[in-house]
Design a protein around this ligand. Structure first.
Ligand SMILES: Nc1nc2c(ncn2[C@@H]2O[C@H](COP(=O)(O)OP(=O)(O)OP(=O)(O)O)[C@@H](O)[C@H]2O)c(=O)[nH]1
Ligand SMILES: [Mg+2]
Length: 240
């Protein structure tokens, strides 16, 4: 019988975005409404994916700033990172940049050492709260893709895409390990690469955040030839 493969996953993101809720849904199918900020919790769970047995070691990390100082450097040694934001809190996506930068440094170190590179998936959580949405799915996806991460929207409450997100992480780890054995390293969008002008997305993607009360909505002809196109930051990101 094939040996069980180990996959270490670190879950990070802003305080209250739902890291513990996602983790507990996966590990125990448990749902809790109350918010109890985490310092750090570890779990292990097994899954069989594409006929292969995996033992997942999950580290649910602190999102609250006051506990971030306790963030262990060993968390960065993971095979994969789940970067979680809350679709109802615009700042929670911006907060992922902090974790992404640490992972980027880790990636560079592993590259120099010839080690297998880490895998990242971004999860836009609380997708059950559609009426409170502040971050459009395509904006979350653009953020993820431009940093070489996969993307999913999840709901820990409604148990949407929880198993799927971890299955995607595991499959990407498997593929990255296979590529590494074959001497192939994934081509990542580098920090400098990201500053280059990229292809625009279709015009409607600029409506990322619904206008607040009192904001007037501009009626813009689709792909207008008359108007010089003012490209938003997000519209300049390539979507692939
Ligand atoms: N509606 C809804 N609420 C959620 C969802 N996920 C988490 N919550 C709620 O959001 C609050 C915070 O969730 P946690 O899972 O504790 O957040 P966290 O990211 O672990 O927070 P820290 O441990 O402080 O970093 C709790 O009240 C949860 O019930 C979701 O998918 N939908
Ligand atoms: Mg937590």
């Amino acid at each position: 019988m094939e040996a069980t493969q180990k996959v270490a996953i670190t879950i990070c993101g802003d305080g209250g975005c739902g890291k513990s809720s996602i983790t507990l849904r996966l590990v125990r199918s448990q749902w809790t409404h109350e918010y109890d900020p985490t310092i750090e919790d570890s779990y292990s769970v097994t899954r069989t994916i594409d006929g292969v047995h995996y033992s997942l070691a999950l580290t649910d990390t602190a999102g609250q700033e006051e506990y971030r100082g306790l963030w262990s450097a060993t968390n960065l040694g993971a095979d994969a990172f789940l970067l979680v934001y809350d679709i109802t809190q615009a700042h929670s996506l911006e907060a992922l940049e902090f974790f992404n930068q640490m992972i980027e440094i880790e990636r560079e170190t592993r590259l120099e050492q010839g080690k297998v590179l880490p895998v990242c998936i971004v999860a836009g959580n609380k997708c059950d709260l559609q009426g409170l949405r502040q971050i459009a799915a395509r904006d979350g996806m653009a953020w993820a893709k431009s940093r070489g991460c996969g993307f999913m929207e999840t709901s820990a409450r409604e148990m949407v895409n929880i198993e799927e997100t971890f299955a995607l992480l595991v499959k990407r780890v498997r593929d990255t390990r296979l590529d590494h054995e074959r001497g192939i390293n994934p081509s990542m969008p580098t920090a400098t690469g990201r500053t280059q002008p990229l292809e625009p997305l279709p015009a409607e993607t600029e409506k990322a955040v619904p206008p607040g009360p009192g904001a007037h909505s501009e009626s813009r002809p689709p792909d207008s030839a008359q108007q010089p196109k003012k490209k938003s930051f997000w519209s300049r990101l390539k979507c692939w």
